[in-house]
Design a protein around this ligand. Structure first.
Ligand code: PBG
Length: 324
């Protein structure tokens, strides 16, 4: 059919028609809200580069989780800012650490909420790298040992899912092994499978105080030009037992999300990262863009690309709009 018989504008004429024909519909169920948890009580340190977000002590993080759940957001992902950092990130294993405490507080107040934890050492090491340093480089296999213990510690504290984000080789298998050996074969793993060495993580590193003290993360995170490599990373993680695979960042990598969905048919999560959030917030505050409209457009693009789950700092703002 061709013009003038076919006129695509007919189906765009009214708002209701456009809504009826929408191929992708966002709901608050698509979102996972990231929270930064810190030791102490009554602590709320706003994060300047991420307006609307703060480092929160466990009980305040739990209140945010309750509010998010009421809006229909089914899950949170927790990042910890520990009191002490050392060379090997030992405070990551503290049963009384901020993440472990926040898990308990959230599960006490909203037992149905899916509490996910980020499993990575960068917030806990004095040098800010995602693993144990030997001879100036991150030692893969030594790091796996600590990651196993860290994941187990989170699961023992009561989390529902663990999410390794360090990009060490073999970490999904290592974590799956330790969980299964300890009676946690029912706990899923959401793996940051295709995580790129990206400049979009800048504000997060301020929020989590995890900027590497020397060098960069290019020896473990992926190189932005690559897409076949992303597929290999994802396949390896699936073979090692990953239940959900993640692409991160989201916006500059929508093609990767689509390719994984098309070729593998596994649940794909996408992380709409800190820099993607802060750019929109900053331009919105300057009046250069309409923040709400850009936010919704960006979120729908991530879902349209194939992401079934979207980790986003916009979760609460977007859920409010979607709930009307
Ligand atoms: C930990 C981790 C990072 C992010 C999530 N988990 C930072 C990094 O790899 O440097 C980034 C999230 C964001 O920017 O919102 N490794």
């Amino acid at each position: 059919m061709r013009f003038p018989i076919y006129r695509p504008r007919r189906l765009r004429r009214t708002r209701i028609l456009r809504e009826m024909l929408a191929e992708t519909v966002l709901t608050p169920r698509d979102f996972i809200l990231p929270l930064f948890v810190i030791h102490g009580r009554g602590v709320e340190n706003p994060i300047p580069s991420m307006p609307g977000h703060a480092q929160l002590s466990a009980e305040l993080a739990a209140s945010r989780a309750v509010d998010a759940f009421k809006l229909g957001i089914p899950g949170v992902i927790l990042f910890g800012i520990p009191e002490h950092k050392d060379e090997v990130g030992s405070s990551a294993l503290d049963p009384d650490g901020p993440v472990q405490r926040a898990i308990k507080e959230i599960k006490d107040r909203v037992p149905e909420m899916v509490v996910i934890t980020d499993v990575c050492l960068c917030e806990y090491t004095s040098h800010g790298h995602c693993g144990i340093i030997k001879k100036g480089d991150v030692d893969n296999d030594a790091t796996l040992e600590v990651l196993r213990e860290m994941a187990l510690s989170h699961v023992r504290a009561g989390c529902d899912m663990v999410s390794p984000s360090d990009m060490m080789d073999g970490r999904v298998g290592a974590i799956r092994g330790v969980l299964d050996e300890n009676g946690y074969s029912h706990i899923p793993i959401m793996s940051y499978s295709a995580k790129y060495a990206s400049a979009f993580y800048g504000p997060f590193r301020e929020a989590a105080q995890s900027t590497p003290g020397f060098g960069d993360r290019k020896s473990y995170q992926m190189d932005p030009p690559n897409t076949d490599e992303a597929l290999r990373e994802v396949m390896l993680d699936i073979e090692e037992g990953a239940d959900i695979v993640m692409v991160k960042p989201a916006l500059a990598y929508l093609d990767i999300i689509r390719r994984i969905r098309d070729e593998l048919g596994y649940p794909v999560a996408a992380y709409n990262v800190s820099g993607e959030y802060s750019m929109i917030k900053a331009a919105g505050q300057k009046g250069w863009i309409d923040e709400e409209k850009v936010m919704m457009e960006v979120l729908v693009s991530i879902k349209r690309a194939g992401a079934g789950l979207i980790l986003t700092y916009f979760a609460v703002d977007a859920a409010r709009i979607l709930n009307g």
